[in-house]
Write a protein that binds this ligand. Structure first.
Ligand code: ADP
Ligand code: 5GP
Length: 214
């Protein structure tokens, strides 16, 4: 006799967790912490025309491509969203995301505000999180402290932060990255609650009801 399927094995839909923030707010730090806690996450590796920074690896942190190549991929509809951010082009390749979601894998996106709002149109059921810096002063301190960007790049990113913060109201969740542990806890809570949404567990109830023969 075959036993009824475990409810934990029932089909789960992959969910999109989309995280945006002004540069320097600590998004990469928080995304890194979430990925360590949930290694099953699929990460959407973006294409960009910017130069690799520090120890960044092609195909891992980004696909580093020329502007010409980017425009050609964009014009043939290969991006789920794209945007020009701080003078460089960034885009989310469509194919891998669709593959992960269909396979029930959750996908994490680290993208800018313009891109996140475009994705809201594509994946309205996604979780859209905006990371806030605790203050302007602290944002500037973090940008300088990171030590990876020139003074000119830092000034541009700080200037762009205002426009980005004005868009934060369109996101589902606001997390202040003051105390890192607290911010990481809040992000984890948002993800776990999203995962437990009824719509993301379409077969769970029927798998349980089947144990009553229903
Ligand atoms: P982003 O990806 O948003 O541009 P990073 O994650 O690179 O930002 O963080 C910018 C800098 O701020 C890094 O040097 C990082 O170590 C530091 N940082 C991140 N979160 C915090 C925090 N909660 N408190 C203090 N420094 C932080
Ligand atoms: P950085 O150059 O610091 O890695 O990233 C600059 C900004 O571009 C960040 O806000 C980052 O989230 C965003 N970004 C990275 N990949 C993408 C993408 O595929 N699409 C969009 N719209 N923004 C992206």
């Amino acid at each position: 006799m075959t036993s009824a399927p475990s409810i934990m094995e029932s089909r789960r839909l992959g969910l999109c967790l989309v995280i945006s923030a002004p540069s320097g707010a600590g998004k990469s730090t928080l995304v890194g912490s979430l990925r360590r806690q949930f290694p099953h996450f699929a990460y959407s590796v973006s294409c960009t025309t910017r130069e690799p920074r520090g120890s960044e690896k092609d195909g891992v942190h980004y696909h580093f491509i020329s502007r010409e190549e980017f425009v050609s991929r964009r014009d043939s509809g290969r991006f789920a969203e794209w945007a020009e951010v701080h003078g460089n082009l960034y885009g989310t390749p469509k194919g891998p995301v669709q593959k992960h979601l269909t396979a029930g894998r959750d996908v994490l996106f680290d993208i800018d505000v313009q891109g996140a709002l475009q994705l809201k149109g594509v994946f309205p059921q996604g979780l859209f999180v905006f990371i806030l810096p605790p203050s302007r002063e602290e944002l500037e301190r973090r940008l300088r402290g990171r030590g990876t960007d020139t003074a000119e790049v830092i000034a541009r990113r700080l200037g762009n932060a205002l426009g980005e913060l004005r868009q934060a109201v369109h996101f589902d969740y606001l997390i202040v990255n003051g105390d890192l542990d607290l911010a990481a806890d809040e992000l984890r809570a948002v993800y776990l609650a999203g995962r437990a949404r009824t719509e993301n567990r379409p077969d769970m109830l029927s798998a349980l009801l089947a144990q009553w023969g229903a």
